[in-house]
Design a protein around this ligand. Sequence first.
Ligand code: NAX
Length: 324
Amino acid sequence: AQTPVKVTVTGAAGQIGYALLFRIASGQLLGADVPVKLSLLEIPQAVKAAEGTAMELDDCAFPLLSGIEITDDPNTAFDGASVALLVGAMPRKAGMERGDLLEANGGIFGPQGKAINDNAADDIRVLVVGNPANTNALIAQQHAPDVPAERFTAMTRLDHNRALSQLAAKLQVPVTEIKKMTIWGNHSATQYPDLFHAEVGGKIAAEQVDEAWLRDTFIPTVAKRGAAIIEARGASSAASAANAAIDHVYDWVNGTEWTSAAIPSDGSYGVPEGIISSFPVASRDGKWEIIQGLEIDAFSRERIDASVRELTEERDAVRQLGLI
Ligand code: NAX
């Protein structure tokens, strides 16, 4: 039998954790033939709640789940891990400045990056979900000099899936008819969902909707969907976020022709090298590759640049705070 793959989930007692762990244990993260060992990292106050979730995982008797460990020590949590889903983060509280938020998250993602560096398996793949996801991923990466930089990624797959769903509803087509959707930039309100390369029924999506809808409805609806969910549900997106995390890792490991992921820039499309920005990507042989050669029109250029500017500002801010 195959040796189980260790998957570490931080913030395991949170609401995304609750939606995520059962799907990992059932085989949806890595495949229906890959046994997994779960490692749950929480802060000391939430370890007991994580133990409760682990009791429920036990009660599912998942054939692929070979074990669960629960800890508040990052070194233990990431020891031998091949996949790390960094979900736990410090949320923005009322009156918190951006600097305070980045600093609080630096205190989480710096040490976790170092613990990954020192303890994880050689094939470690990291997905940061906790916000501000792109910059948290950069902080973790900068504390893990021995891990290839490209193994640190941040999640824009939920934005990608939201864009698919909005466009499918508008054109009244199944989501499977939409190809080549792309989210560019930061997982924030400045993100740019691009319909100039997306195709529906083999034709460019932007040409099948009117410009006003694209600009004034589609882009803001995708970018502000998180707030709309909070407004309706009274709690932030959890099941859809967990679903997107599953999609991201599954495609990274198993391959895909086209999706969106925030990965370290190699300078493509004028995005400064090193920042972790969302691109159109393919995955081949277990590696993300930025899809090259797309023409960027003036409308898209302006929006990509604005989101990338926000990312470089966040990078400069964490540099100034000494977090990277
Ligand atoms: P919850 O507040 O329900 O859970 C977060 C959990 O993280 C808590 O149990 C907390 O104890 C734990 N935690 C905090 N610091 C930790 C640390 N240092 N080590 C380990 N665990 C720690 O939040 P939830 O709704 O699960 O959301 C988690 C994160 O995902 C938030 O930062 C949220 O903003 C972010 N999101 C990111 C999305 C994306 O698309 N990238 C979408 C969904 C979500 O909003």
